[in-house]
Ligand binder design. Structure first.
Ligand SMILES: [Zn+2]
Ligand SMILES: [Zn+2]
Length: 117
């Protein structure tokens, strides 16, 4: 059943950490007042206040991050893959490097491999 707004307002969300644009979300005014004007330890959880918004919208209200941008950031965190020569396996193997790693790692033996110039 769709939620019936009693007094819908459009609120600006913080600049998105990915695209740096602000966003607009429709919420009920009373809920926005509760969210922004009640001390954090006295107000309800955001999922209770904005129960009629989906998770992506609530995420945007809290952090400004758009659902689409979040997805793209997540995608970019996927591993990079490369065919490299592993000196421990003594053969060409599949290597991967996750975002947090500096080196490519051989998927066969786990040894660090150098990216070929
Ligand atoms: Zn964005
Ligand atoms: Zn290896």
């Amino acid at each position: 059943m769709p939620y019936l707004y009693s007094n819908p307002i459009l609120v600006k969300t913080p600049p998105c950490i990915s695209c740096e644009n602000i966003g607009i979300v429709k919420v009920d005014e009373k809920d926005w007042i509760e969210y922004t004007q009640t001390p954090r330890n006295q107000r309800r959880f955001i999922q209770d206040i904005f129960f009629y918004k989906n998770k992506a919208d609530r995420e945007q209200i809290m952090t400004g991050t758009h659902a689409k941008c979040f997805e793209e950031m997540f995608k970019e965190q996927e591993e990079e893959r490369l065919q490299t020569y592993c000196t421990s396996c003594k053969k060409i193997t599949n290597s991967s490097r996750a975002d947090y790693q500096g080196e490519f790692t051989c998927n066969d033996c786990g040894a660090e491999v150098q990216e070929e110039e």
